[in-house]
Design a protein around this ligand. Structure first.
Ligand code: ADP
Ligand code: MG
Length: 321
């Protein structure tokens, strides 16, 4: 049984609370907190050997834990405020803890998010955080608002983190500088908070790409009413480092299916194009139109003539056999 079926079957219930504005099924939950503001809550867990290689430096792990949570807040268009931290560790190694907290707080300070509590226990290494933020009432960016004819946009570049992981595993090789860049993209993803805050005015839907473009775009399409999309693979934004490490064909495949990039995928009416071009400058992030939303369900690929995409998996999914 995979994670999504499991959640549907055992945990998705009709909400009895009038406080809940958005429940299970989006990047974060939204609850009432005032007349003008709503609270947005996200949580994410990183398990050693599953979400990060066991040898990951503690500084990077601390940074990444908060970054992946902030990324979910970015995908909701929310401003971060505070977080809770849960640590399960096999031992209390002081230099590990020093490194982890340094990485964690470097990002917490950058976004002025306060650590307000958590839980600590002995066990196999697993770290988790819950982050709270806020939006103006009714402005949270949802997965379910995509419309037929919308353009499909991506921030930054895709595939870098998956290639970084392959470099660490010795599956691929790269020059020292390219290796540092790509492994850096895996270990220290940039949460697109500023972009998320600006998207409310232009986007119809949004999600952060944690599992792979095809998988996460699939969530937007499903939640928006079984819509489809056409993606021009030749338009996928790739870094020169990604192309350098594995060549253009494999880099495009990684961009479609690789997880851990934490870029934002969003949809917007074509009339918003010039506003979006403006956001590139205001938020200092590359934004690329890679396709559009259509009625025909599923994701169609164009511009993939030189790629062998038979048997590709759309992205990462936790599974229990
Ligand atoms: P994301 O990739 O944005 O972190 P996930 O794919 O992990 O989101 O989760 C999909 C949705 O299911 C989210 O809305 C999440 O809050 C919800 N969810 C995940 N695990 C559970 C759980 N154990 N109980 C209830 N809801 C869950
Ligand atoms: Mg998400």
């Amino acid at each position: 049984m995979d994670e999504f079926r499991l959640i549907e079957r055992f945990f998705r219930r009709d909400s009895k609370s009038s406080e809940v504005v958005v429940g299970i099924g989006d990047d974060g939950a939204v609850v009432k907190s005032g007349i003008n503001e709503q609270t947005v809550l996200v949580t994410d867990t990183l398990v050693a050997g599953v979400h990060f290689p066991e040898r990951t430096a503690p500084q990077d792990l601390g940074y990444k834990l908060l970054a992946v949570n902030l990324s979910d807040l970015a995908a909701m268009g929310a401003t971060p405020n505070w977080f809770l931290l849960n640590l399960v560790m096999p031992d209390a190694d002081e230099s590990w803890l020093q490194g982890f907290s340094t990485g964690l707080f470097s990002l917490a300070e950058e976004y002025s998010v306060a650590l307000i509590g958590g839980d600590t226990a002995r066990g196999p290494l697993c770290v988790s955080a819950t982050v709270g933020g806020h939006v103006r009432s009714g402005t949270a960016l949802r997965r379910n608002g995509a419309q037929v004819g919308d353009q499909l946009w991506i921030s930054g570049t895709l595939g870098d983190a998956a290639i970084g992981l392959d470099l660490l595993g010795g599956v691929l090789g790269a020059t020292g500088e390219d290796m540092d860049y790509l492994v850096g993209r895996l270990n220290r993803p940039k949460p697109r908070i500023e972009l998320g805050l600006s998207l409310g005015a232009v986007a119809t839907s949004g999600i952060d790409i944690s599992d792979g473009l095809l998988a996460d775009l699939g969530h937007i399409l499903k939640e928006s009413g079984a819509l489809g999309a056409i993606v021009d693979v030749s338009c996928l934004p790739l870094s020169p480092q990604a192309i350098g490490a594995c060549g253009e064909s494999l880099a495009r495949e990684k961009a479609l299916t690789g997880g851990d990039d934490y870029e934002i995928c969003f949809t917007a009416n074509p009339a918003q194009r010039s506003q979006i071009e403006q956001l590139r400058h205001n938020c200092n992030v590359k934004l690329t139109c890679i396709g559009s939303i259509r009625t025909l369900a599923g994701i169609g690929l164009t511009g993939a003539d030189n790629l062998d995409l038979t048997g590709i998996k759309p992205g990462y999914r936790h599974d229990w056999l």
